[in-house]
Design a binder for this molecule. Structure first.
Ligand SMILES: Cc1cc2nc3c(=O)[nH]c(=O)nc-3n(C[C@H](O)[C@H](O)[C@H](O)COP(=O)(O)O)c2cc1C
Length: 193
């Protein structure tokens, strides 16, 4: 009887100890979760290269992925940049065209950081990126641009992306063409620390 009583005292002590250890751990986890930045990865891709880069960014940051879809999809004839009159060239050279987007990001207000990916067209971001940026209230958000390109890089797009993302902080962008997952992840993770 005495032994049995001691056994239950021991069980009780172990339970108290476990609870004592678990509560602070739960508090720390909750605190760090609330500090974690909420991240959205948005991209536009006409032929799939930027999609591949966006998927790497998403994998590295473990968050949501949203694809910007043109209401009127781009055909290969639309993208034939050797033809002066093709749709993509006409839009890029005009600069004021805002191609319509199909769909919307739900609850954009809940995100702190938006990675924004696009191909470079005539040295700049496709006009549909301006449509996207001008469609939302981005005040207080951080925008992290990335691109893929045939070699021009992202710098030629930064000025207009900044101008279109009113109220947002647009940080220095990066061309992710042909970068390994490891390199993309290293870069992306730094942006959400
Ligand atoms: C209309 C058009 C214009 C382009 N202009 C450029 C350019 O100025 N500089 C460059 O490096 N690449 C240019 N490219 C190549 C794309 O940026 C590159 O192939 C990109 O990776 C495509 O991404 P996507 O497959 O996600 O659409 C152009 C492509 C198209 C279709």
């Amino acid at each position: 009887m005495k032994k049995k009583g001691l056994f239950w005292v021991n069980v009780l002590m172990v339970l108290v100890l476990i609870a004592g250890l678990a509560i602070p751990t739960a508090d720390v986890a909750a605190a760090s979760k609330s500090k974690q930045k909420k991240v959205l990865v948005v991209y536009f891709s006409a032929t799939g290269t930027t999609k591949g880069a966006a998927e790497k960014v998403k994998k590295a940051t473990g968050r949501k992925l949203y694809r910007i879809k043109a209401a009127q999809p781009y055909t290969s004839a639309d993208l034939d940049y050797d033809n002066d009159d093709c749709r993509a060239n006409t839009e890029q050279h005009d600069g004021t065209v805002r191609p319509e987007i199909k769909g919307k990001v739900k609850n954009i207000e809940k995100y702190d950081v938006i990675f924004l990916g696009y191909p470079i067209w005539w040295g700049k971001e496709p006009m549909i990126i301006r449509t996207f940026l001008e469609s939302y209230n981005l005040k207080g958000k951080e925008i992290v641009p990335f691109c893929t390109s045939g070699g021009s890089g992202i710098s030629g797009s930064m000025k207009e992306v900044k101008a279109s993302a009113k109220g947002a902080k647009v940080v220095k962008g990066k061309d992710l063409t042909d970068l390994s997952y490891k390199s993309v992840a290293k870069w992306a993770k730094k942006k959400v620390k």
